[in-house]
Structures are given as structure tokens and as C-alpha cells.
Design a protein around this ligand. Structure first.
Ligand code: FES
Length: 149
């Protein structure tokens, strides 16, 4: 990277630090669990009031979330929220992961500006949807044949 672009990146980061926590910047710039999953045990796609969509795929074993990945076409805070909510879900029993709420995502991220807090809600609600999908398929396994993910 040239000195000029490094300087520019530093200026952008300095600006971002006025608004966002280090955790938000870190998860937005280097998102964890970004991707898609084949043959997932739970899946949800949700579009928020802002028009952005998040998708979450889960792999579940012995009623525990062993893997979670996400994809979004949303803003930086939505990327940070998807990254954090999947990190929070991984390794937890499904019953616990189901209770992860917007506030848990916000707390783990060190907060978000008011106008971006709905991005954490989108992430938490998408996770809940993916868990609901897992539970539904568990109760009615024949539905698995009709899944496209
Ligand atoms: Fe839509 Fe952030 S503005 S998810």
C-alpha cells in the first residue's frame, strides 16, 4: 500500500472512531463467519425496514449451534452485527442462542449510534428465524426435502 493510501485509510479510520467502537470497526472491516453454507440445519433471510437483507445459515449438532455464517447486502454496522451475532451463537445450545437479542449484539459491539441500532435488530431477528427454521425442520423432518438451502 502506498503512503498516500495508508494516510487516507488512517483518516477514514480516525473519522469512523468518532462514531463507532473499536469492536464495530473491527467486525465491519474483518467480518467473522461471512459466507454461505450448503445443507444447513437452519436458515433465514430477513429484510429490514431499511430495505437491507441478512441471511444466516446454521449447522446444529446435539441441539448446539456448531457453526453459523451470514451474508448481507447491508451497511457496515449490519456487517458488524451479522459477524457478532454469529460469533455469539456459535457453541451455544439452541435454547440459549434463541434468546440472543438486539441488546446482546449491541452490548457485544460496544454499542451503535441510534440510527444504526436497527442493524443489530436485523441480525438478532435473522438468527431467531434461522433457529425457528431448525426447530421446525426437526419437528417435521420431511420438510427438509423441500428446502433450497
Ligand atoms: Fe439497513 Fe444497516 S442500514 S441494516
Amino acid at each position: 500500500m502506498s503512503d498516500e493510501s495508508e494516510h487516507l485509510q488512517e483518516l477514514i479510520l480516525t473519522d469512523a472512531r468518532q462514531i463507532y467502537s473499536e469492536a464495530v470497526i473491527d467486525h465491519a472491516m474483518a467480518p467473522r463467519n461471512l459466507g454461505i453454507m450448503k445443507s444447513a440445519d437452519g436458515y433465514a433471510s430477513l429484510t429490514g425496514a431499511c430495505g437491507d437483507t441478512m441471511e444466516i445459515w446454521l449447522k446444529v449438532n446435539n441441539d448446539a449451534v456448531v457453526n453459523a455464517v451470514f451474508m448481507t447486502d447491508g451497511c457496515g454496522p449490519s456487517i458488524a452485527s451479522g459477524s457478532m451475532v454469529t460469533e455469539l451463537a456459535k457453541g451455544r445450545p439452541v435454547s440459549e442462542a434463541q434468546r440472543i437479542a438486539q441488546q446482546d449484539v449491541l452490548d457485544a459491539l460496544g454499542g451503535l449510534p441510534e440510527e444504526s441500532q436497527h442493524c443489530a435488530l436485523l441480525a438478532a431477528d435473522t438468527l431467531k428465524g434461522a433457529i425457528r427454521d431448525y426447530l421446525l425442520t426437526k419437528r417435521e423432518p420431511w420438510k427438509r426435502a423441500y428446502r433450497s438451502h
